[in-house]
Design a protein around this ligand. Structure first.
Ligand code: FES
Length: 150
């Protein structure tokens, strides 16, 4: 197999992708809150809404905010919904068609997510990892240092 073959496979895979991906966390924390039921109902709701050709429901790994799970993300919109139950999914899928929802939406501008994004960018070489180093020790370390200094 040569690089042209690999590129052809990659292009075929990209062409087969659906426009919208609903990411449902299937890691331990969200699974313990029935994300499996959420994913199953999402798949059915997408089918019932006639969106199977353009929407993929994908089980994904931990999205890092386990305490707010089950988490469901919708791309490319970039929406993140928190504490989703199997009963919520019809409402969630309707948002893809422009419907309104009162489901709890995560704030992707929260410092938690900005830090996570920075780590991803640093790990992928897109930013300098040194930019993530704190300029002063975290409070707990500062406190310990001060205690020893006495
Ligand atoms: S287990 Fe779902 S966000 Fe971590």
């Amino acid at each position: 197999m040569v690089i042209d073959d690999l590129n052809a496979i990659a292009e075929k895979e990209r062409a087969a992708r659906k426009k919208i991906v609903i990411r449902c966390c299937m890691a331990a924390g969200c699974m313990s809150s029935n994300s499996e039921g959420v994913k199953k109902n999402l798949e059915q709701a997408v089918k019932d809404a006639g969106l199977s050709d353009e929407v993929e429901v994908r089980g994904v790994g931990c999205m890092k905010l386990c305490c707010e799970g089950p988490l469901v993300g919708v791309d490319p919109e970039g929406a993140l919904y928190e504490k989703i139950t199997p009963e919520d999914v019809v409402d969630l899928v309707n948002t893809i068609k422009g419907g309104k929802t009162k489901l709890k939406r995560g704030d992707l501008n929260h410092p938690f997510f900005k830090k996570q994004l920075s780590i991803v960018l640093a790990n992928s070489g897109q930013i300098d990892p040194n930019a993530l180093r704190p300029t002063s020790p975290p409070t707990a370390i500062r406190h310990c240092t001060m205690s020893f200094a006495k």
